[in-house]
Design a protein around this ligand. Structure first.
Ligand SMILES: [Zn+2]
Ligand SMILES: [Zn+2]
Length: 147
């Protein structure tokens, strides 16, 4: 199968289109990804650069001497990970317009994996669009809670 997927940053300034052959994705737990995204891990989809089109070239941050990370300078969204000399790169799963289609198939850099965040399936689940204090803030702004 080949699917064309779209995505972009939170403010919409940078958009991309990419062709993929499957929905396999992975979590990277390395300390550089944790710092670069401010998160305990980051979900990535590995794609071929030749099949990736940016609507507008993202900004790049040299996160180490061997790699760089595309992002939007206006909203700060982390968009991926890139070895400049490699034919493939990673896109952040959360930056796709429909992240729900991706499935994690592996963990990487497990030496810095935070075990307590791996199986969260037993935690209480609350909906944002049923959380009164948040609904009230959006209503005061004249809006509904975004989906
Ligand atoms: Zn942006
Ligand atoms: Zn990493």
């Amino acid at each position: 199968m080949t699917e064309t997927m779209t995505g972009g940053c939170q403010c919409g300034r940078i958009r991309y289109t990419v062709e993929i052959d499957d929905f396999d994705a992975y979590l990277c737990h390395c300390r550089m990804c944790q710092r670069a995204t401010g998160n305990v891990s980051i979900a990535f989809k590995n794609v071929e650069k030749a099949r990736l089109n940016w609507s507008k070239e993202p900004e790049y941050y040299a996160s180490s001497p061997i790699a760089r990370r595309p992002f939007c300078r206006e909203c700060g969204t982390p968009l991926g990970f890139d070895y400049p000399d490699h034919s493939k790169c990673d896109l952040t799963v959360g930056s796709f317009d429909d992240p729900s289609r991706f499935v994690p198939v592996a963990h990487f850099a497990v030496e810095s994996l935070h075990e307590a965040w791996i199986d969260t399936s037993a935690l209480r689940r609350d909906r944002a669009d049923e959380y009164d204090k948040l609904i009230q803030r959006w209503q005061e702004a004249g809006l509904d809670v975004p989906k």
